[in-house]
Design a protein around this ligand. Structure first.
Ligand code: AMP
Length: 209
C-alpha cells in the first residue's frame, strides 16, 4: 500500500503517521523529518533546505523528488506512508511518474486555520529524536526540560508565530491544489482532524477498511 497523508502544518499528520505505521506495517517517510535531520547533520542538502525552511517556504520540487526517487528505490516493494509529501502539484505529478501506475490512497486531515495556529504555537519537539510534546493536542502534555530519550526539548524555528502564518499561506496557495488534484481523480478521502489523536485515528481506520 502507498498511503499519502495530506493536511495543513499542525493538522496532526506526524501523530497519525506514527499510529498508521504501527498498525499497517508501513515505512514512514516524513520529508520534513528527513530535511530536519539533514539540517542538524549540516549536510549539503541540509544547508540548502534550511534557507527555505527557516522562512516557512517549500524546498524546491526537484530536490524533494530526488529524495523520493532514492527512497522508493531503497524500499522497492514495501508499503510506504508519505507524510508531508507531495506539497505541490508538480510533486504529485512527479510521484505519479515514479509510481508508474501503482495507485496511492490519499487521506487529507481537515483542520481549520485557528486550530492549526493554536496547535503549532503550543508544539515543542525533541532535538534528538523528534518526539512531539503538545498540550494543545493532549500529546505528552507535561513538557519536561528533557525528552524521555534525554534530548533537549525546543521550539522549532518554523513553529514561531511569524513563520506559522507564512507556512499557512504557503499551504493554501501551493498544497491545497494537491488536495484538488487527488479529489478530481477520486483518490481522496477527507477526515476530520479535530479531537484527540485516538478519535482521529479511529476515523482514519474506518476509511481504510
Ligand atoms: P513539515 O515538518 O512537514 O511541516 O516540514 C517542515 C518544512 O520542511 C516545510 O515548511 C518545508 O520548508 C520543508 N518541506 C517538508 N516537506 C516538503 C515537501 N514535500 N516539499 C517542499 N518542502 C518541504
Amino acid at each position: 500500500m502507498i498511503l499519502i497523508l495530506l493536511g495543513a502544518p499542525g493538522a496532526g499528520k506526524g501523530t497519525q503517521a506514527e499510529k498508521l505505521v504501527e498498525e499497517y506495517g508501513l515505512q514512514h517517510l516524513s520529508t520534513g523529518d528527513l530535511l530536519r535531520s539533514a539540517v542538524s547533520d549540516n549536510t549539503e542538502l541540509g544547508r540548502l533546505a534550511k534557507r527555505y525552511m527557516d522562512q516557512g517556504q517549500l524546498v524546491p520540487d526537484d530536490v524533494i523528488l530526488g529524495i523520493i526517487r532514492g527512497y522508493l528505490k531503497e524500499h522497492a516493494g514495501e508499503g510506504v506512508l508519505f507524510d508531508g509529501f507531495p506539497r505541490t502539484v508538480v510533486q504529485a505529478e512527479g510521484l505519479d511518474g515514479i509510481l508508474n501506475g501503482v495507485e496511492a490512497r490519499t487521506i487529507s486531515l481537515v483542520v481549520d486555520d485557528q486550530r492549526v495556529i493554536e496547535r503549532l504555537s503550543a508544539r515543542r519537539s525533541c532535538r534528538a529524536c523528534g518526539r512531539v510534546y503538545n498540550p494543545a493536542l493532549g500529546i505528552n502534555p507535561a513538557s519536561p526540560d528533557r525528552c524521555a530519550c534525554g534530548g533537549e526539548i525546543y521550539q522549532r524555528d518554523d513553529d514561531k508565530a511569524e513563520t506559522i502564518a507564512k507556512r499557512l499561506s504557503v499551504y493554501h496557495a501551493q498544497t491545497e491544489p494537491v488536495v484538488e488534484y487527488y479529489r478530481s481523480r477520486n483518490l481522496l478521502v477527507e477526515v476530520d482532524g479535530a479531537g484527540s489523536p485516538d478519535e482521529v485515528f479511529n476515523r482514519i481506520r474506518k476509511v481504510l477498511t
